[in-house]
Write a protein that binds this ligand. Sequence first.
Ligand code: 13P
Length: 255
Amino acid sequence: MKNLIIANWKANPVTLREAVDLARKTELAALSHRTVEVIVAPPFPFLIAVLSELKRVKLGSQNAFWEDAGPYTGEISWQQLKSLKVSYVIVGHSERRIFLGETDEMVGKKVRALLEHGLKPVLCVGERERASHEVSETIARQLEAALAGVKKSLLKNLIIAYEPIWAISTMPGSHPDTPENAFQCNIYIRKILSGMFGRTAGQSVRIIYGGSVNANNIKGFLSGGHMQGALVGGASLKAEEFARLIASAALLRTR
Ligand code: 13P
């Protein structure tokens, strides 16, 4: 299976012109490395312009509302995103949970709506601090809330991003997780999934890592095939670095 590299641009860049330029450069980098799957998730106002620059790279979004349409001021529905050819949707990112009050219940509604309508949620889970009990408690709670009521047959479209909050590059004092620790969490995530959906389903869901991933450390996270890709923030905004990151990921296969 190919590794999945998802660029989460967050609320960057500031102008449409910069967004188009970055999309163009990302597409070029992906064109020369066909053994990796690249997704770009730009801010909503740039989706259409970015889409017109992409062929190899697929379009993602950073959020979606669970209803198809209606009186929900300020929200953007899964159906609207689907009509723009968005295929992957980041859900439950810690920045939305912390700064925008997104609850486990809201995340669950989004995951279910997206899976039921053929979109691919990238469900983010991860603890605030690296204390062992917090890691397991948080991950278990977030997974159980987000995946309750999901049909096993829809899990093939689910991606889980293990993204410890303390490892996100913009957090004060942040540092990347070690590949070894990330793999331990990967095993724990699979254990919870297997408990909820049975062993076969639990083992087949794609799990990726996020948190200070860059062109120099990507290899460590993808080696061995435990993590099947990465969710990249800061480094995805630097076209040259992101091209090097894609090139590294293209050399490694997942299990
Ligand atoms: P950084 O890669 O900047 O640490 O961001 C990680 C992230 O939050 C991606 O969703």
